[in-house]
Design a protein around this ligand. Structure first.
Ligand SMILES: [Zn+2]
Length: 111
């Protein structure tokens, strides 16, 4: 199941997604990396989305208190485009399964 991420206004964070049943937070950084945090309370996610400075809130309440379970994507953005079937996305990252756009790279979250 793909966790839909919302674009956010932030100097560091590009998008944020959250899955309530699994208490899983996904943060995409503008420098091109996708991180997953487990055990995040729903209220914390809501506060993050409502905070004026999401980068600062994330730094203070998430990054320092929760460990990253998995770095989903390395910080390299390729020019080859996504190789997932039927996908025409141009920007893609190198992943364990080859070139994938951010949406398709999330398949790796199911590992
Ligand atoms: Zn794709």
């Amino acid at each position: 199941m793909v966790i839909q991420r919302k674009r956010v206004k932030s100097s560091r964070i590009a998008s944020i997604g959250y899955d309530y049943p699994r208490r899983m937070l996904i943060v995409e950084f503008k420098r091109g990396a996708l991180y997953r945090y487990d055990g995040i309370p729903g209220a914390l996610y809501e506060d993050l989305m409502e905070s004026k400075s999401k980068g600062a809130y994330f730094e203070r309440r998430v990054r320092q208190d929760y460990t990253t379970k998995k770095v989903v994507l390395p910080a390299t953005l390729g020019l080859d485009g996504c190789r997932a079937r039927g996908c025409k996305e141009k920007g893609a990252y190198t992943t364990e399964r080859g070139w994938r756009c951010t949406q398709h790279a999330e398949e790796i979250l199911e590992l």
